[in-house]
Every structure is written in C-alpha cells, then in structure tokens.
Design a protein around this ligand. Sequence first.
Ligand SMILES: *[C@@H]1O[C@H](CO)[C@@H](O)[C@H](O)[C@H]1NC(C)=O
Ligand SMILES: *[C@@H]1O[C@H](CO)[C@@H](O)[C@H](O)[C@H]1NC(C)=O
Ligand SMILES: *[C@@H]1O[C@H](CO)[C@@H](O)[C@H](O)[C@H]1NC(C)=O
Length: 298
Amino acid sequence: MALALLVLALLGALPGAQVLRTITFYSSWMNEQRLYKLDVSWPKLPEYFTGQTFCVGVDPISDLVYVAQRGVNVPKVLVFSENGDFRQAWNSTVEMPHGIFVASNGTDSSVWITDVGNGKYGHTVKQYSTSGKPVQTLGTPGKPGSALIPLQFDQPAEIFVDQNGDIYIVDGDGGLNNRLLKLTSDFKVMWLRAENGTGAAQFRIPHSVTVDSVGRVWVADRANKRIQVFDKVTGEWLGAWSSCFKEDGPYSVRLTPNEKYLIVAQLNINRVSILAAPPVGSIGDSQATFGNKKKISS
Ligand SMILES: *[C@@H]1O[C@H](CO)[C@@H](O)[C@H](O)[C@H]1NC(C)=O
Ligand SMILES: *[C@@H]1O[C@H](CO)[C@@H](O)[C@H](O)[C@H]1NC(C)=O
Ligand SMILES: *[C@@H]1O[C@H](CO)[C@@H](O)[C@H](O)[C@H]1NC(C)=O
C-alpha cells in the first residue's frame, strides 16, 4: 500500500505526465538498502486518470485505494483495489478536491475530502460513504471565511481522522486562514493554532497534516518551508524542521506504516524525500539532528 501511495504522489506532482520511469528510493544512512521501487504496473489501466490526479487515500480495512482528480467532465473519485483493478468512480458533490482521507473505526469506513473549489460546493470538508453518498459537510459551502461558529474554511487543504474519530484539519490553501484545528467526532473545536506568521506555531499556508501513534501532529507549513509538530492532546508546539526544505516548501507529509520515516513531497522541485522520524517526543529544532534525505533520481 505504501508503494501505491508513492506512485500516486508522483503522478500528482507531474500533472498530465505519464510516469513510466523506474525510480528507486534509498535511505542515505542504510546506503544500499532499497526502501521503495516504482511499480509501473499499478494501476493496471492508467487511462482511468483522465484529470489531474491530486490526492490519494487508502482504506486499511478493505485495502481499497481512493484517488481524487480535478478537471472538467472527469469523474472526481476513482476507486482501485490494492492490486490495481479499477472498481468504481463517483462524483457526488466533489468540486475541486485537494485532500482525501479514508477514516475507519475498525468496522466502518468513510471517505473525507477537502474541497477548495470556488463554486457552490467549495470551501468545505466533506464526508462520503465509500460508494460516494454524501454524509456530512463541514464549513459553509461556497463561502470562504474564518468563523468557528458556524464553521467556515478558506480552501481547506487536508484532513486527518484518528481512530477515536477526532479530526485534524489544516486550513488552508487560500491564504486567508493559517490554522490547524482539532475537532471532536461531533465537530466541536477542541483546540486550534491559528496565527499567521513565521514564528513557532504560526503558519503560512498549512498544507498537509498527519498524526502518529505517539500523539504528534505533523503539519507541512508550506510557505514557511518547514514541518511543524504539535502535541495532539494539548496542541502544544513540539518543534520544527526547516533545514532540508530550503529549496521548496513541503507540500505533503505522510508516515510509513511502521512510522520510522516521514515521506515528504515538494512539488516545484519534483522531489519526494524520506526522512527518519524520531520515535517519541520533541523532534528537535532542526531536521539535521535526525533526518536523512535522498533526492529521487529518475
Ligand atoms: C461523473 O462525471 C463524469 C464527467 O462528467 C461522467 O462521465 C460520469 O458519468 C459521472 N459519474 C457518475 C457516477 O456520476
Ligand atoms: C463505527 O461506526 C459505525 C457508524 O458510525 C458504527 O455503527 C459502529 O458501531 C462503529 N464501530 C466501532 C467499533 O466503533
Ligand atoms: C500574513 O502576514 C503577512 C506578513 O505580515 C501579510 O503580508 C499577510 O497579508 C498576512 N495574511 C493574512 C491573511 O492576514
């Protein structure tokens, strides 16, 4: 599954391009150990990608892979099996998808999408059944804003839902809001970090969010060219990494299933980096303390 995720991240980074090159990922400190290899045979029929692929989510229960794409007259969500067979497509109220996340409580799954469209469905974070039936809309469709009651977003970038149903949202991509929110499973704000700026715990275009199993929230703070980390219970700032993102800000941040590595995509330099993640607690001031990066050669 992690392999599929990387393949799609690359497709997303090169709009319109068919990625048919062999790209091998190595960790720099375990010199010759191969971590990932591009699987050019996944999915089996790449011609389903008729739009601009933007985001990918994996359902850990059913092993289905959800890919959202943008464009005019294209199906918005494509569903594939783990082995690359096309299963179905749905559109529903998806306007311009930016982030996708498959939430699961162990028995049931649902698909969350952040929608950055400027039409009547945009500026929202929406939950769908796995077959595309709308279940829940957060935000005020079609109206960008900063309110918390009722909730308003400005091009929300991504969502992460943990096993308890707690929700983490980075809002967003539009520039008006620069915030990380934690919501309860019934959509009440538990805490937020919402300052525009370059200091600790401030943001400029918070663009991607993921949460690890030891309670840390990792945020790609794109225009500040750094990753910031927060305590998931209190929202307390735990550190930032910036030294390895000087050339381009981080666009996307994910953890490998064993949580040993962060996988970070940088759009403008077409790079996916694999960084060693410290196991617990503070991440330190600088990525250089813990991290290793490897440029992808193709
Ligand atoms: C989704 O939209 C595309 C493009 O308009 C259309 O071809 C397709 O039939 C739609 N799919 C569904 C399931 O509505
Ligand atoms: C998961 O969510 C579904 C739908 O909300 C609910 O019916 C089910 O009981 C939940 N399962 C667990 C294990 O919490
Ligand atoms: C964020 O701060 C910068 C620098 O002070 C400013 O240029 C920008 O307009 C601010 N953004 C918002 C949405 O207030």
